[in-house]
Design a protein around this ligand. Structure first.
Ligand code: KG4
Ligand code: ZN
Length: 336
């Protein structure tokens, strides 16, 4: 056992949204990680269509599992446990992964553990054990569906300190990208467009003011829409750079202030939006200035992946927790 993580190897499955993923994880070490993205499929609709996502998971899952085992140099006989995302997410999509995981656990007579998708994101900065978790630490979790500040008191003990009251940060990127004709998913496209833009071109609203740990991004989205409506020829680069600056500044200021107020010395960064270079740079700089340790997830573990699910599964298994064949799926669920 590596500190707090079951040695496995654990085969982990993630199908909560639009990535079909399987990983093999030993303790904190990722032996294999395969992600098959459905981004090309959903691009035609400009967002994830749940029914199409579930069907695509059915087609992709077994080849993805076989590839992960081959990469790890293992057969099913070498696997010690099965972990799977069972909440929150699209019910049809989650069901595909959970059904496969149950069948594998039953036929191979292995322990089965259901994992909260957000617990996976929260532990993703510790994949491969570059760095062992220090407790307590603060996690800024920013994705397409979530924007949360989470106090990680120990493995399995999380306290939600703040969250978005409307859109998630990733949604603000995605919706604005769509507005100006950039491809889905928008975060990456806005980041690329912003390289050539002036981040001071538009003074976009920063959402909630004053002493709060919550976020609000719907005003930002509306302001961007008004700018485009008033001037359809607006510079996409300038708007992208200004939007990115507004999101990055509010996320980083609030996260670093929360660390300071709570006397927490380490900030981690996770979720799809954590791949944003400007956000990583800003937080690295602010944390250095304040003497905080900054631990962002590796780029490959920011967007959805099964490696983080294996890590969180191994943390649960090390605590002696597992689930039975009645493991269910949940579209929404609070972090444990
Ligand atoms: O964690 P994730 O893969 O899925 C959810 O659980 O939501 O996050 C996807 C989100 C999308 O909104 C996408 O636009 C955003 O992450 N994203 C980015 C970047 N790469 C992905 N946002 C900003 N900058 C990026 N480089
Ligand atoms: Zn996610």
């Amino acid at each position: 056992m590596t500190d707090g993580f079951f040695e496995g190897p654990t085969l982990a499955i993630e199908t909560s949204c639009d990535e079909t993923s399987c990983a093999v994880v030993r303790g904190q070490q990722v032996l294999a990680s395969v992600v098959s993205s459905q981004v090309d499929l959903h691009r035609q609709w400009g967002g994830v269509v749940p029914e199409a996502a579930a069907r695509a998971h059915v087609e992709a899952l077994l080849p993805v599992v076989e590839l992960a085992l081959a990469q790890a140099g293992l057969t099913f006989e070498g696997v010690a446990a099965i972990a799977v995302t069972n909440r929150p997410g699209l019910v049809g999509a989650l069901s595909v992964g959970v059904t496969a995981a149950k069948a594998l656990a039953w036929s191979l007579e292995l322990p089965l553990v259901g994992v909260h998708h957000l617990e996976g994101h929260v532990l993703s900065p510790f994949a491969n054990g570059h760095h062992d978790p220090n407790f307590p630490h603060l996690c800024l979790l920013v994705s397409g569906g979530h924007t949360e500040l989470i106090l990680v008191q120990e493995l399995g003990v999380y306290r939600l300190l703040g969250q978005t009251l409307d859109d998630a940060a990733g949604e603000a990127f995605d919706k604005t990208a769509r507005l100006v004709g950039l491809p889905y998913p928008g975060g990456q496209a806005i980041q690329e467009a912003a390289r050539l833009g002036n981040s001071q071109a538009f003074d976009l609203p920063r959402g909630l003011r004053g002493d709060t740990r919550d976020f609000s991004f719907s005003g930002l989205k509306t302001a961007a829409r008004r700018i485009v409506e008033a001037n359809p020829q607006v510079s996409v680069a300038d708007l992208a750079a200004s939007l990115q600056e507004a999101i990055v500044s509010v996320l980083s200021d609030r996260a670093v202030e929360a660390c300071h107020d709570l006397g927490v010395m380490e900030l981690t960064l996770a979720g799809g939006v954590a791949a944003n270079e400007a956000l990583r740079q800003r937080l690295r700089g602010l944390c250095e200035k304040r003497g905080f340790c900054f631990t962002p997830a590796d780029l490959q573990y920011c967007t959805d992946n099964a490696a983080m699910i294996g890590l969180a599964g191994n943390a649960r298994l090390a605590r002696g927790e597992h689930d039975g064949p009645d493991l269910d799926v949940w579209p929404s669920a609070p972090l444990p």
